[in-house]
Design a protein around this ligand. Structure first.
Ligand code: AGP
Length: 613
């Protein structure tokens, strides 16, 4: 949801760094891009609708070279279509201030009317432009950019991460956050800001995550932070362990494919260092994961969005059956408006790759306000959800850049499984031997995951995807713990190949979706060899009897035998079959999208991190 970068470097070479930063953050939004730089000639803005490459074409004349201070933006439109004039940065009337923004200014109409009444001509359709004018007006009065930003933000309702530069005697760079993420890093010779730590990492591993309400003034070697009331604040930097190269494509044609291939290692990173096989238990850090809280737990309330919600659904089966604790799973966007009733001793569990998704964060806050104990399964150290949770399970999946989430899903399911085992142990539902057997299964799954990524297995999925890519529509069916896998398979296909796909519980097909079945319609059925395999077999027969084509993904030999196409998945204990079954579905979506010539890593209309409602 928009990417923001900023740099202040003594050597006067900021433009290339801004473009590099925007390239890393383009996954956050990519319908237009822009930069603003300040040098002795003044303030210069260049912005362009379309991908970053369009902007690069605009600035290749070298006119911005030599500037020391600059900000940049890559946009995911909320207010106004993706045009040149709506692209950020936006400037004030005097052309003194340039500002980039991620988020939504909720009272922008009121502020816009006020500015118009004062004779200001607004040049864009965005909510952002009013902020540039407000800062410009305050700057005329305050004379200091950080103070001007602080005063302007007092007038603003909504959510924002902003970066601002201004020309003048004291050229400076300021940023602020309330809601969407923003982090900063300084070295002796430079200062950097970014929506994501990935934009800072090429310059320093020591990163400060700003808190809501922070206004930060940055210069080489210096960060000064003030709170909305003007008081100073100190924020300790965190050391980031990732390498910048981890965020590269590593020789793969797409991030999504690279991230699919990383899944066996991700499973190991999420799980192996936390397994205590002697005790048949899991070692998590955090008060909410200890026996005292988990043994008193009465309910788990999961809230999440999209793929993370599907991981939450899988987790709910595990916690309910292994630990005997009731679990509710809600779309975060529904939970926050349904006046939920929570019982005492509820664990509110937000699941999120980014830790910044606006709906999930709001749901977590609401559940906390209703008395639940907040916790997060998350991939982003330093994210708002992690910071607002009493305890977190960091999934350690590394940076996930492809907009279609893959490895984070597998890591979330693995984390959910470990939480289920930990809770079952804390409540005495299983003994050390049973816990050990369950956890050892994680070690067995890794080579099975690898086998699904062997060349012949992947080529088989490619062949099936190429034969079916033009189907009239796709139905994904699954039962029990693999029902969420059907949802996830359909979501992946929709997201990146723009074809209609529905995920359904297999037993529910006869109550409606069966009407869709006809020749030319493809149905993907998830069929592990488990206690409901026979039922799934009947569902396959029902589809075939109506002329539909069935692609079976799983380990059940009977289901695989009757299907038109079979993608065999190694058998594993039923709890972890979702981790395996999802892989051919991810690859299927990838190869359909590839065949259709879609932009796999940057699908239309989507953004990696949805920090607006
Ligand atoms: C996944 O492929 C999607 N891009 C999307 O559904 C995503 O899972 C959702 O927006 C939640 O994001 P989060 O995990 O960062 O909270």
């Amino acid at each position: 949801m928009c990417g923001i970068v900023g740099g202040f470097r003594r050597d006067g070479a900021v433009v290339d760094s801004l473009v590099d930063g925007l390239r890393v953050l383009e996954y956050r939004g990519y319908d237009s891009a822009g930069v603003a730089v300040v040098d002795e000639r003044g303030l210069t803005v260049r912005r362009k609708a379309g991908r970053l490459a369009e902007l690069e074409g605009e600035i290749k004349d070298g006119a911005l070279n030599g500037a020391s201070i600059g900000i940049g933006h890559t946009r995911w439109a909320t207010h106004g279509p993706p045009t040149d004039r709506n692209a950020h940065p936006h400037t004030d009337v005097a052309g003194r201030v340039a500002l980039v923004h991620n988020g939504i200014i909720e009272n922008y109409l009121e502020l816009r009317d006020e500015l118009t009444a004062a004779g200001v001509e607004l040049l864009s359709d965005t909510d952002t432009e009013v902020l540039a004018h407000l800062v410009g007006r305050e700057l005329a009065d305050a004379g200091d950019l950080a103070e001007a930003v602080r005063r302007a933000l007092v007038r603003v309702e909504g959510y924002y991460a902003i970066a601002v530069v201004a020309r003048g005697a004291e050229a400076s760079m300021v940023c602020a956050r309330h809601g969407p993420p923003l982090c900063v890093g300084v070295t002796d010779d430079a200062a950097w800001l970014g929506s994501d730590v990935l934009a800072i990492l090429p310059h320093t591993r020591e990163v400060i995550f700003l808190e809501d309400g922070d206004v930060a003034e940055l210069g080489p070697g210096s960060v000064r932070i003030v709170r909305p009331d003007g008081t100073a604040a100190e924020r300790a930097p965190k050391t980031i362990e990732w390498d910048a190269e981890d965020a590269g494509k590593g020789g793969y044609p797409h991030y999504m494919l690279k991230e699919i291939y990383e899944q066996p290692d991700v499973l190991a990173q999420t799980a192996f260092s936390r397994l205590d096989l002697d005790r048949g238990d899991v070692a998590f850090e955090g008060d909410l994961w200890d026996d005292e809280f988990l043994s008193r737990l009465e309910r788990v309330q999961i809230a999440a969005c999209g793929t993370a919600l599907h991981a939450g659904l899988v987790t709910s089966y595990m916690i309910e059956r292994l630990a005997g604790v009731p679990v509710d799973v809600d779309y975060a966007s529904e939970f926050r408006y349904r006046d939920p009733v929570l019982v005492p001793n509820t664990l509110a569990l937000a699941i999120s790759q980014s830790g910044e998704t606006a709906d999930t964060l709001a749901a977590l806050r609401l559940a906390t306000a209703l008395g639940a104990r907040p916790a997060t399964i998350c991939n982003s150290i330093g994210s708002t959800m992690v910071r607002e949770s009493e305890s977190s399970i960091l999934i350690e999946a590394g940076p996930e850049i492809g907009v279609a989430s893959t490895k984070a899903f597998v890591a979330m399911v693995v984390a959910g499984y470990m939480l289920a085992v930990r809770t079952a142990r804390a409540r005495g539902r299983i003994d050390a031997d049973a816990g050990r057997t369950l956890l050892e299964e994680l070690r067995l799954v890794r080579p099975r995951l690898e086998s699904l990524l062997a060349d012949d297995a992947v080529e088989r999925v490619r062949g099936i995807a190429e034969r079916h890519h033009d189907a009239k529509g796709f139905l994904f069916l699954g039962r029990g713990i693999n029902y969420p896998i059907a949802l996830e398979g359909a979501l992946k296909l929709k997201e990146i190949s723009y074809v209609h796909a529905e995920g359904y519980p297999a037993g529910e097909m006869k109550h409606g979706p069966i009407a869709l079945i006809e020749p030319g319609m493809s149905t993907l059925v998830v069929a592990p060899h488990d206690d409901v395999a026979e039922k799934v077999l009947s569902n396959i027969e029902q589809v075939k009897a109506r002329g539909g084509e069935v692609i079976c993904v799983g380990s059940d030999p009977d289901c695989l035998a009757v299907a038109d196409e079979a993608l065999e998945v190694p058998h594993t204990g039923s709890w972890l079959s979702p981790v395996l079954n999802v892989v051919p579905l991810q690859l299927f979506a990838y190869f359909v999208a590839l065949k259709k010539g879609c932009d796999i890593d940057k699908p239309r209309n989507l953004a990696k991190s949805v920090t607006v409602e």
